[in-house]
Design a protein around this ligand. Structure first.
Ligand SMILES: C[S@@+](CC[C@H](N)C(=O)[O-])C[C@H]1O[C@@H](n2cnc3c(N)ncnc32)[C@H](O)[C@@H]1O
Length: 209
């Protein structure tokens, strides 16, 4: 997966890495920045997504599509599609540019709108094999409640900023650590990734699942 990153993906990753690092240093207002994960987190996400059980692969918070490019590598490797959700029009436009330039439309679908209102994330569709949650921290608790019941057995929910926003996310992280439906760990990579793996079968999957 990492030994043969296609050139269009690699080129677009480099453009976004340079933009993100410039904006973090030059005083660009927070909401205008890409606020994307660092490369090592992108690799970690791709490894986890490629190891996740069958099911939907979703991302809440696309920004310009940097983490989605890493997830696209996992999707190509496992013959799945990523559905990634973004609210803001300027980020949606950038993400469209990213996915066109990186030539990943075969594995990436961008949905413009609020992931938490969209029936695709919360609705009773196929179980989720892998979800990356990287939106505003105020919605993490609501997103957790929406996603965990949708996870396939062995399915993964990964949430960013578990260390960088430990105070804001503390109550949600404590809840995840005590939740018997998931095995949970905070991994000190990048800004801290909360990793939850669904342990039990979903009631709707029936006995023996
Ligand atoms: C930290 S950035 C995402 C960075 C991206 N995951 C990456 O690493 O390249 C968070 C993004 O989530 C978007 N967002 C926040 N709440 C959302 C929601 N409810 N549905 C969809 N997108 C949301 C914001 O507009 C913002 O662009």
């Amino acid at each position: 997966m990492f030994h043969s990153i296609p050139e269009p993906i690699q080129a677009r990753m480099h453009v976004l890495e340079a933009t993100d690092s410039r904006d973090r240093g030059d005083g660009t207002p927070r909401m205008e920045r890409l606020r994307q994960v660092p490369p090592e987190t992108g690799r970690f996400l791709a490894l986890l997504a490629a190891s996740a059980p069958p099911g939907r692969v979703v991302e809440i918070g696309t920004s310009a599509g940097y983490s989605a490019l890493w997830l696209s590598l996992a999707c190509r490797a496992t013959r799945r599609r990523l559905t990634t959700y973004e609210l803001l029009p300027d980020k949606i436009a950038l993400a469209r540019e990213t996915f066109a330039a990186a030539e990943v439309s075969d594995v990436v679908t961008l949905v413009a709108g609020d992931a938490l209102l969209h029936e695709g994330v919360g609705g009773g569709l196929d179980p989720i094999g892998f979800c990356f949650l990287d939106a505003e921290k105020e919605v993490y608790a609501e997103a957790y409640d929406l996603i965990v019941p949708q996870l396939a057995p062995g399915g993964l929910l990964v949430a960013d900023n578990a260390l960088s926003h430990a105070d804001d996310l503390g109550p949600m992280i404590d809840r995840a650590l005590r939740d018997p439906r998931v095995d949970t760990l905070v991994v000190p990579i990048g800004r801290g990734e909360l990793v939850c793996r669904r342990t039990d079968a979903r009631p709707e999957d029936g006995p023996g699942a």
